[in-house]
Design a protein around this ligand. Structure first.
Ligand code: UDP
Length: 234
């Protein structure tokens, strides 16, 4: 069957239910706006399992997501949404593009989390924007931007607390939101080591996609370790 949509890490397929799609997690990995590519055996399986567990946990804490049901090793059933073209990044500790942009050393903790918006456009390399850009570009209204920020901070609180119990530090993450046919905005896409920076709380060891970005080796061992710990604590 032809996918309805193919992204860098997932494929979306129609199901018998017009309101439900099948989301397949792929083993392909990309970094630096797809300049760097690789295939990691089991990545799809690991990211599906991690996203499922975190989505269930977030739902239990009152965060609405597009999760419909678990299907199999690499597939989730998700409610059909229209993805907002605003990516929301939350940062607790300086790293990645933040450190590069403003020269603050990686590992510098923030007193209060930073919320950032970027325009979801592969062509433009997901440029940094703010809520004025989003409003004028018709990506989200002012009220929607405020909601995205508020929801992202709730997600951050829930995840920080949970990962702490797993001996993991949540450095930063990117989330996406989608609009259900009812108009309601819910958390969509994935929450996994592809989209979160996670460091071992004791040793500071990186257990996320930076292992791939920075050629640190043992990429899937990091993802496996994240899954092992969250399954133990859930
Ligand atoms: N991120 C992501 N997709 C993107 C950009 C960023 O999942 O297209 C995640 C990334 O894994 C990190 C956080 O968002 O956990 C912040 O990323 P940053 O802006 O520092 O960009 P990067 O250094 O990854 O280019």
């Amino acid at each position: 069957m032809e996918p309805l949509y193919e992204g860098k890490a997932k494929r979306l397929y129609k199901t018998d239910d017009a309101e439900v799609l099948r989301m397949e997690y792929k083993d392909e990995a990309t970094a630096f706006n797809a300049e760097k590519k690789a295939v990691f055996e089991s990545k799809g399986k690991l990211n599906k399992a991690i996203t499922l567990l975190l989505y269930k946990m977030l739902e239990d804490k009152g965060v609405k997501t597009h999760l419909h049901a678990d299907l199999d090793e690499v597939n989730l059933l998700v409610k059909k949404v229209e993805i907002l073209l605003v990516e929301v990044i939350v940062r607790n500790v300086a790293a990645g593009s933040f450190s590069k942009r403003v020269g603050v050393a990686e590992g510098t903790p923030f007193k209060t989390p930073i919320v950032e918006f970027s325009y979801k456009s592969d062509e433009l390399g997901d440029p940094l924007i703010n809520d004025d850009y989003a409003r004028e570009m018709g990506l989200a209204t002012e009220a929607e931007c405020a909601l995205l920020k508020k929801q992202a901070l709730v997600v951050n609180e829930v995840l920080i607390d949970f990962f702490q119990k797993c001996g993991l530090r949540l450095i930063d993450f990117k989330i996406e939101f989608g609009r259900l046919s009812s108009g309601e905005i819910v958390l969509a896409d994935e929450v996994s080591p592809d989209t979160c920076r996670l460091w071992d709380a004791e040793t500071g060891k990186k257990l996320d996609k930076d292992r791939f970005r920075q050629d640190l080796g043992d990429v899937m061992e990091g993802y496996q370790e994240v899954l092992r710990r969250i399954e133990e604590v859930k």
